[in-house]
Design a protein around this ligand. Structure first.
Ligand code: NAP
Length: 289
């Protein structure tokens, strides 16, 4: 395959945990569910097409979670892509329970995290999950117990690497006392940069930083949005500029834009080839935020 037939490759490669290489521009599979990330999507065939097209375009990193649907996103991934290409890395998460559309409640009890890892293995049809992320820290359970259970799963070979989601630098440091942490996933995009200290810390340590809401749930991609004019000047779409800015921000950044449409997916993946100059990146930084 040529680079032009797999455009995601143009984003470069990052080795998660030093030994799991992925193309940096990935795909987030949360939008493949019903409203409120609850139940099946309106068009399951299009959802499966999105997943297959992502792989065709060279995406080798797909982010999902047990709680997306719940179960729906993982099930669609298996239906669309199993048996998986050798280079495809599916990262999933556990630690958030669902009680209805838009409702998310952390549960980090070790036996629950273990159950969810086992169920994700079964749903995804995997013998090992390359990257397993603690979706949220449960404040009612000592962090060492939550991360400790993931470490046991790792020692048993059920998960390859351990990641965290929505954490501070201090929480990352605390988790690192129990296990090797290879990734963090926090809300971060051009318009929401609170996670900068964590991103800088991850960059120093060579830990993957996976920004969720890279398009501010579509706000940054919308026509008439803050990137519209700059995008026209650049001959790109607003969504592509938002993603190109993230890719340029640090070599450890692995953006996972979500979409339920093949057209938007193709638009987003093309961002991998956009190289912003310093001046262009600065203008974007100043235009939003
Ligand atoms: N760790 C966490 O706590 C956490 C929380 C939230 C999300 N995540 C992960 O992060 C991923 C990304 O977040 P996200 O999907 O919520 O938000 P996002 O990627 O910032 O934005 C997705 C939204 O943007 C729209 N969109 C995507 N591409 C577009 C384009 N080219 N033009 C116009 N609109 C476009 C999508 O609508 P269409 O479907 O119509 O394209 C969708 O509504 C998720 O899929 C999930 O894997 C993690």
């Amino acid at each position: 395959m040529t680079a032009s037939s797999t455009p995601a490759a143009a984003s470069g490669t990052f080795a998660i945990g030093g030994d799991v290489p992925v193309h940096r521009l990935g795909y987030g599979a949360m939008q493949l569910t019903g409203p409120g990330v609850w139940g099946p999507p309106k068009d399951p065939d299009e959802a499966r097409r999105v997943l297959r097209r992502a792989v065709e375009l060279g995406v080798t990193f797909i982010d999902t979670a047990d709680s997306y649907g719940p179960h729906v996103s993982e099930e669609l991934i298996r239906e669309a892509l199993h048996p998986y290409p050798d280079d495809l890395v599916i990262a999933t998460k556990a630690g958030l329970t669902r009680h209805g559309p838009g409702i998310w409640k952390p549960v980090g009890r070790p036996e629950y995290l273990r159950q969810q890892a086992e169920m994700s293995l079964r749903r995804l049809g995997l013998e090992r999950i390359d990257l397993f992320q603690l979706h949220r820290i449960d404040a009612r359970v000592p962090l060492a117990e939550q991360v400790g259970e993931l470490r046991l799963l790792q020692e048993e070979g059920k998960i390859g690497h351990i990641g965290l989601s929505e954490v501070t630098v201090d929480e990352l440091r605390e988790a690192q006392e129990t296990a090797t942490i290879v990734s963090v996933q926090n809300l971060y995009n051009l318009a929401a940069r609170d996670a900068e200290p964590l991103l800088d810390h991850a960059t120093e340590q060579g830990i993957a930083f996976i920004p969720w809401f890279p398009l501010a749930t579509g706000e940054l991609a919308a026509p008439g949005g803050p990137l519209d004019e700059l995008a026209r000047e650049h001959g790109a779409t607003p969504s592509q500029l938002a993603l190109a800015w993230l890719l340029r921000r640090s070599p450890v950044v692995l953006p996972i834009p979500g979409t339920s449409s093949v057209a938007h997916l193709e638009d987003n993946v093309a961002a991998a080839a956009i190289e912003l100059t310093d001046a262009e990146a600065d203008r974007l930084t100043a235009a939003v935020g």
